[in-house]
Design a binder for this molecule. Structure first.
Ligand code: SAM
Ligand code: SF4
Length: 316
């Protein structure tokens, strides 16, 4: 089975937000006071999430990424991973995490069938890290990365959001992580979403700021939304993701489902399709409708077009 949207894009990838709660409060993602905890009954249960994944898979979705909020604070996350792999062991299952709770969970995640880990890490300086995450301890994340490697996760991706005047000085340190290990660092442009929607552009840095460090690097591939380079002699790679300076919409193959069960055809749009309470053919049809309604491109340029949801609700 294969499903295309109205613009001929093959849709194969579902990002599922398993909670909107998080143990961090990153300055560009969440308000300082956090978010109102949704009623337990408003959030999809593990069984409902499994059902959505099953229906999406039947339509041709091959790749699932669990995100949040922080997916590792979600009770039942290991069971959800096992359920997804039980639908089809060939599903590529990834998790995007802040890494802070990974150390004690890495082995169980591996055993549950998780194939890939993306760890968000914007700075290797403990103070800058604490400032960005509003109180996070860098060492927890570094321990999480080591534990994940020991559990057998190869090719870990580190995602770093670029923030002018805050973590520019950390760019070289982050690039250096790719030297001796097969770690893949991806620099991501700040998007005007959630908290950052109301920031002016002073904090924005284009990925062009990284390109000057890539002069001797080989452009090895275009991987979905990322341009991927390898520096001479480095084992890992450096990827640049530039939704702002270079639209990735023509190659977008994703749909998203929020923790309260809304299918979002586009990250940036307010359009949502409620999947809660749907089963069987009705659920399949709603997912099909969402795919058909994917817009051709996002409208980051238009001030009134962005979604009002915070990124911890959408999942990045
Ligand atoms: N808590 C997990 C984590 O931090 O990896 C998963 C959820 S988080 C919302 C997913 C990704 O979205 C993170 O890599 C985060 O840096 C990114 N993100 C959040 N707000 C963003 C923004 N305004 N622009 C670009 N990336 C953003
Ligand atoms: Fe939490 Fe991830 Fe948002 Fe940071 S980026 S506040 S870790 S959900």
């Amino acid at each position: 089975m294969m499903i295309q949207d109205s613009y001929g894009r093959k849709i194969e990838y579902l990002r599922l937000s398993v909670t909107d709660l998080c143990n961090y409060r990153c300055i560009y993602c969440m308000p300082e006071e956090g978010v109102c905890k949704k009623a337990h009954s408003d959030i999809l249960s593990i069984e409902e999430m499994t059902e959505i994944v099953r229906a999406a898979h039947a339509l041709g979705i091959k790749k699932i990424r669990l995100t949040g909020g922080e997916p590792l604070v979600r009770r039942g996350i290991i069971t959800l991973c096992e359920n997804i792999k039980a639908i089809d062991p060939e599903i590529e299952l990834g998790i995007t995490t802040n890494g802070s709770l990974l150390a004690p969970m890495a082995k169980d995640l591996k055993a549950a069938g998780v194939d890939r880990l993306n760890i968000s890490l914007d700075s290797l300086d403990p103070e800058t890290f604490r400032t960005i995450t509003r109180g996070g301890d860098l060492q927890d994340v570094l321990n999480g990365i080591r534990a994940a490697q020991a559990a057998g996760f190869d090719n870990i991706k580190i995602n770093a959001v670029l923030l002018k005047g805050i973590n520019e000085k950390d760019i070289l340190d982050l690039i250096r992580l790719t030297k001796d290990e097969t770690i893949h660092v991806r620099f991501i442009e700040l998007m005007p979403l959630g908290v950052a929607k109301h920031w002016n552009s002073d904090r924005f840095i284009s990925t062009e700021a990284i390109e000057k460090h890539m002069i001797n690097a080989d452009l090895i591939k275009i991987d979905g939304v990322a341009r991927v380079y390898r520096l001479p002699g480095h084992k890992g790679t450096v990827g640049l993701i530039c939704p702002m300076s270079n639209s990735f919409c023509p190659t977008c193959n994703k749909i998203r489902v929020t923790a309260d069960g809304k299918l979002k055809p586009c990250l940036h749009s307010d359009q949502e399709i409620d999947l809660r309470g749907l089963h069987g053919e009705a659920l399949t049809q709603a997912i099909r409708d969402g795919i058909t309604q994917k817009p051709e491109s996002h409208h980051f340029g238009a001030a009134d077009a962005a979604t009002e949801r915070f990124m911890n609700e959408i999942g990045g």
